[in-house]
Design a protein around this ligand. Structure first.
Ligand code: SAM
Ligand code: SF4
Length: 329
C-alpha cells in the first residue's frame, strides 16, 4: 500500500502521457507553448505499462487516469489503455482530454478498455474559445464530447475553469448545455500552476462566486446524500436533481486531508502532490534494469513523504517548478 505519515492511502494514479498540447489555454501555457520534454526522456508505452503494472499489482492502485499535456497526442494511447485493462485486479480507467480528435478515437478507446472520460470545455462562444485557448477548435471539442457519449464513455464529465473578464459569465450557459446533453459539469478553481506564473488570488473566480452565479438561474441543493469520500468536487443537485453540478474548490476549500492521489509524469517521475517541490525518479531505476521490488520501494518512499497540504494559502507558498501541463492535471 502507498501510505503517508498522515494516514492517507494513495489508490488513484494520475499518469501524464505527454507534456505536449495542441491548445494553449491561458491558465495553463503561454501562447508560444513551452520547451517540451526531449523525446528520449519520455517513457515508452511499454515503460508506462510496466510502472502502472507495479502500481496495481504491488502498491494497491485501484484507479488510473490518463492525462497530460494532451493524452490524445499519444498514438499508442489505446494500447496503453488495453495493457492497463488487462491488469489484475483491473483498475478503473479514465481519461482527461481537451477532446480534439476524440471524434475519431472515442469508440476505439472504449473498445481498448477506457471506462470514463472528462473533457475540458470552458466556453461555448467561438471567439472566447479562440482567445482562451489561442486556437479555433470549439466545434472539434463539442463533436468530441458527442462522440464520447455515443461510444458509451458515460457519465461524460466536463471540466471548466473560469477566468475573470474572459468567461466568468458563462457558468449558467455551460450548465444549461451540459444538462441538455446529459454531461456532468464540474467547475475547477484556477490554481497557481500556469507556466507563466501569472495566477493572482485576487483575479481568481472562487467557488463562492460560481455558486452565486449558478444560483441566479438554478436551484442548487447540497447533495449530502452522496458520500464525498476522496472526490475533490463538492456536488449539488440542480433543480431538485437527479442532475448534478460539481465545484472543485482546490484553493478556497482545500481537500488535502482526504487526498488519495499520486502522480506519474511522462518522464517517469513520481510526484506525491500537484504542488510537490520534489520528485522521485523511477525512470532511471527502470532503465538501469532494476527489479519491480526496487521500483516499488522507491515509489512507497515517495508517497510516505507527502506533506499534509498543498500550502497555497500559506504566505511562504512557492509554485512548483513544473507547470500543470508537465505534471498531469
Ligand atoms: N489537456 C487535457 C485537458 O485540458 O483536459 C488534460 C490536461 S489538463 C492540464 C487537465 C485539467 O487541468 C483540465 O481540465 C484543465 O482545465 C485543468 N487546468 C489546467 N491548468 C489549470 C489551472 N491553472 N488551474 C486549474 N485547472 C487547470
Ligand atoms: Fe493543453 Fe489541457 Fe493545458 Fe489546455 S489545459 S493547454 S488543453 S494541457
Amino acid at each position: 500500500m502507498l501510505t503517508d505519515s498522515y494516514g492517507r492511502v494513495a489508490t488513484d494514479l494520475r499518469v501524464s502521457l505527454t507534456d505536449r498540447c495542441n491548445l494553449r489555454c491561458a491558465y495553463c501555457m503561454p501562447p508560444e507553448g513551452l520547451d517540451w520534454l526531449p523525446a528520449p526522456e519520455v517513457l515508452t508505452g511499454d515503460e508506462m505499462s510496466r510502472l502502472i503494472g507495479i502500481g496495481v499489482r504491488a502498491l494497491g492502485i485501484r484507479e488510473v487516469r490518463f492525462t497530460g499535456g494532451e493524452p490524445l497526442l499519444r498514438r499508442d494511447l489505446a494500447s496503453i489503455i488495453a495493457a492497463t485493462a488487462a491488469l489484475s485486479p483491473r483498475p478503473d480507467i479514465s481519461l482527461t482530454t481537451n477532446g480534439i480528435g476524440l471524434v475519431r478515437r472515442a469508440a476505439a478507446l472504449r473498445e481498448a478498455g477506457l471506462d470514463r472520460i472528462n473533457v475540458s470545455l470552458d466556453t461555448l462562444r467561438p471567439e472566447v474559445f479562440r482567445k482562451l485557448t489561442r486556437r479555433d477548435r470549439l466545434s472539434d471539442v463539442l463533436s468530441g464530447l458527442a462522440a464520447a457519449a455515443s461510444a458509451g464513455l458515460t457519465p461524460v464529465k466536463v471540466n471548466a475553469v473560469l477566468m475573470r473578464d474572459l468567461n466568468d459569465d458563462e457558468a449558467p450557459g455551460l450548465l444549461r448545455y451540459c444538462l441538455e446533453h446529459g454531461y456532468e459539469l464540474r467547475f475547477i478553481e484556477q490554481m497557481p500552476l500556469d507556466a507563466q506564473h501569472g495566477w493572482k488570488r485576487t483575479e481568481m473566480i472562487t467557488a463562492g462566486e460560481i455558486f452565486e452565479s449558478l444560483s441566479r438561474e438554478f436551484t442548487l441543493t447540497d447533495d449530502s446524500a452522496r458520500e464525498r469520500g476522496a472526490a475533490p468536487a463538492e456536488t449539488f443537485l440542480v433543480d431538485g436533481g437527479p442532475a448534478r453540478v460539481g465545484v472543485i474548490a482546490s484553493v478556497t476549500r482545500p481537500f488535502c486531508g482526504a487526498c488519495d492521489r499520486v502522480r506519474l509524469t511522462a518522464d517517469g517521475q513520481i510526484r506525491n502532490c500537484l504542488f510537490a517541490r520534489a520528485e522521485s525518479d523511477l525512470r532511471s531505476l527502470l532503465r538501469s534494469g532494476a527489479p519491480d521490488e526496487d521500483i516499488a520501494a522507491r515509489w512507497r518512499a515517495a508517497v510516505a513523504s507527502k506533506l499534509p497540504g498543498h500550502g497555497i494559502n500559506d504566505p511562504t507558498f512557492l509554485q512548483p517548478d513544473r507547470p500543470m501541463s508537465a505534471i498531469g492535471g
